[in-house]
Design a protein around this ligand. Structure first.
Ligand code: ADP
Ligand code: MG
Length: 694
């Protein structure tokens, strides 16, 4: 099944709209997105009411007014930089139309002296004089009826004229089709919500500020649609997984016990509890779908490995998948000695394995000779077949989509899935990211962890920081130097990192490495490996180092423009250091003056290293809407829904989705078909393909 034909016009490129050529298209793409549907979701943030038509003398400054005036006289500028002025009046008084740019001929043509004109725009008072600078509309009396009464005001981007954008959104709206209703009629009635198409049209035709509120029937309906699509998509995934019966893995844990003996430490209480929860899931008949959430360094990998050994003990296979090659290698290094102690065969499979070696691993997995596979997304590939995969562990979940989670799970019957993440997502946001997934939270850290000494330093003391970095390098320490993402432009943030790399290379020579998102994956892995091995002392990087690489000798982290980062992200970054036994320092360089929020954020980081507390503070400081918008949160971006306002709707959507899936798991009824369209509309169709195969 593919996207329903009725949606084709909405998923066409914006260039298919009249008036959107190669100059305008990139601007709109930046602002709203590349497709027609993106414009539907580009809601107005204001409304201009042109119905106010007072006599000139009563036009209030700052207000938009539509005035009927006689054109009295033109005053071309007396000096080059002065504006062009046109004096107009009605019986009550005078107003001057002011033009700072444009041609005299234009104003002569539009405003012939002696004529009557209708002008609409914002009125100002300048000295004793009423003015209107660059009226939005200048028409003759006959055209007056054609003036819009109320106009939407859209968020804009430089270079895009408001009128043009409004016209283009209007073209997009013409493509909005009537769609079969997917909402429950009784819900629609109870809430007084319009149909989808009426809601979209109304959302773009506000008549005043009241229509912009997030909980108007129009906006609530559309937010609900999006939340329902989200919950339904997650529900489909879960439903599909549970329909396949899980295996009952009843191990006595003797392999895990052997591995534990090999470890130089005891499990923390958190680790023991999480392991017990996972073991209960494994033993039960239903399929496991559990999220293991724990701060960086809380020891998730060890827990996952012990669970994998349980699966192997009773004759199954297990797989551990990491988002990058370097992490996969790191996991392999953790796993290998434990597997050796337990007498279990492990193999590492990455995209780089080719030829004979790769063949051997594939054969070993297919035949069951290899019990545990560690790898990157290459484990998803069709060529990889397992003899009897029973447990899939997916590390650092937020780098993978729902698709991939499912792909690995499909490689065996009823595969249990454990997802680990270091992103401390607040409870309130869990639901949108993971639906009804079960969660184990690890709140304790292994004993003996040193707190990272965290300091804030204004950017103008950069040279002192460079000096401190030099001392750290001199005493055998390693240093991360993180450059910020530049809003909306990866090219710019890469340029900033390259510039810093040049600067620090001049100071410290060839020990300085560079890592950024525009590099090829293999090059990135190579740089990271060189740093992990100590061949590089200082690593200048953009936020690509966020995900859990373990370099115990790294003791200093410098974060430039820390005020531009989210709190959760700063915490994640800081978690890269303080992993060894030496004291570590995190220097947060900021550009003064700090906003109140930025100051609060940085001081929370100085105070605590508790990821869950930081996540809650982050939510409190920024509001759910913004937390949801951040890349690193692991939570989907919503276009219309904003959990600051629509949290109540989320709970309704979850129940709605559950009920639908209980009654119509294949989305086969007429309402189910309409819901499929909804999933495509919000591009949450990942789960749909499992309807066929499921
Ligand atoms: P996470 O994946 O949660 O970030 P890891 O599993 O990578 O954390 O563990 C980080 C480090 O802590 C590893 O070097 C690991 O061996 C060590 N570790 C894990 N559990 C404990 C424990 N209970 N006591 C001491 N050290 C531990
Ligand atoms: Mg980890």
């Amino acid at each position: 099944m593919t996207r329903p034909a009725v949606l084709f016009p909405l998923f066409a490129e914006i260039t298919s709209l009249p008036g959107v050529g190669p100059k305008v298209a990139p601007l709109i793409t930046r602002l709203a997105g590349p497709k027609v549907v993106d414009l539907l979701w580009h809601f107005p943030i204001g409304a201009v009411d042109r119905r106010h038509a007072p006599p000139v003398a009563e036009a209030e400054p700052g207000q938009v007014a539509t005035l009927t005036v006689r054109v009295d006289a033109h005053h071309p500028p007396a000096q080059p930089r002065h504006p062009y002025r046109v004096i107009c009046s009605d019986a009550s008084g005078f107003i001057t139309l002011v033009f700072f740019h444009g041609k005299a001929e234009t104003w002569q043509r539009l405003l012939p002296p002696g004529s009557t004109r209708v002008v609409s725009g914002t009125v100002d008072i300048y000295g004793a004089e009423r003015q209107m600078a660059h009226p939005d509309y200048i028409v003759d009396a006959a055209e007056r009826a054609g003036l819009p009464q109320v106009e939407p005001v859209y968020p804009l981007t430089a270079g895009l004229a408001p009128k043009l954008l409004t016209r283009i959104v209007g073209e997009a709206l013409k493509r909005a089709p009537e769609l079969h209703e997917w909402l429950d009629p009784s819900l629609l009635r109870r809430e007084g919500w319009p149909s989808w198409r009426d809601a979209v049209l109304a959302a773009h035709a506000p008549t005043g500020d009241a229509d912009l509120a997030p909980l108007t029937p129009v906006r609530a309906r559309l937010a609900y649609d999006e939340l329902l699509a989200n919950q339904l998509a997650l529900g489909l995934v879960r439903h599909h997984m549970q329909r396949a019966r899980g295996l009952s893995i009843r191990a006595d844990g003797h392999l895990a016990a052997r591995a534990l003996d090999r470890l130089p430490f005891r499990l923390t209480g958190s680790q023991q509890r999480a392991l017990a929860e996972i073991r209960a899931d494994l033993a039960g008949p239903a399929r496991m779908l559990r999220l293991l959430q724990g701060d960086v360094g809380s020891g998730k990998t060890v827990v996952a490995v012990l669970a994998m050994l349980d699966a192997v003990e009773v004759g199954h296979q297990a797989a551990l998948m990491a988002p990058t090659e370097i992490l996969a290698r790191q996991h392999m290094a953790t796993l290998q000695p434990l597997a050796d102690a337990a007498g279990v065969t492990v193999a590492l499979l990455t995209g780089r394995d080719k030829g004979r070696g790769r063949e051997e691993i594939l054969n070993g997995l297919a035949a069951g000779r290899i019990a545990v596979a560690v790898g990157t997304h290459s484990l998803f590939q069709d060529a990889v077949a397992f003899n009897d995969l029973a447990l899939a562990v997916i590390d650092e979940q937020h780098r993978f989509g729902v698709h991939q989670r499912l792909d690995l799970a499909r490689k065996g019957r009823g595969v249990d899935v454990l997802v680990t993440t270091a992103t401390p997502i607040p409870r309130t946001l869990m639901l949108t990211a993971y639906g009804d997934m079960d969660v184990s939270r690890m709140t304790e850290k292994p004993p003996g962890r040193r707190r990272v000494d965290t300091r804030t330093v204004p950017l103008d003391r950069l040279e002192e920081v460079v000096g401190a970095v030099g001392r750290a390098l001199g005493s055998g320490g390693q240093v991360f130097w993180v450059c910020p993402r530049v809003e909306e432009s990866e090219a710019l943030d890469v340029a900033a990192a390259e510039e810093r790399h040049r600067h620090l290379s001049q100071v410290f020579g060839p020990r300085v490495g560079l890592l950024h998102g525009r590099m090829k994956a293999a090059d990135r892995d190579a740089v990271m490996a060189a740093f992990a091995a100590g061949a590089l002392g200082l690593l200048v990087a953009t936020t690509v180092i966020e995900v859990g690489v373990d370099v115990p000798a790294a003791t200093v982290m410098v974060i430039e423009h820390a005020e531009r980062f989210g709190l959760a992200q700063l915490h994640q970054l800081r978690g890269r250091i303080g992993r060894g036994d030496r004291p570590s320092t995190c220097l947060l360089l900021y550009q003064p003056p700090l906003s109140a929020t930025a100051r609060a954020r940085l001081s929370i980081l100085r105070e605590t290293d508790d990821g869950f507390r930081i996540a809650e503070e982050d939510l409190r400081l920024r509001g759910a809407g913004e937390v949801l918008g951040t890349r690193q949160s692991g939570v989907p971006d919503f276009r219309l829904a904003n959990l600051d306002h629509h949290q109540g709707l989320l709970a309704v959507a979850r129940d709605d989705a559950r009920l639908v899936l209980a009654q119509d798991p294949d989305l086969a009824t007429p309402r189910g078909q309409a819901l499929r369209t909804l999933l495509y509309l919000f591009e949450r169709d990942a789960g749909i393909r499992y309807l066929r195969s499921g």
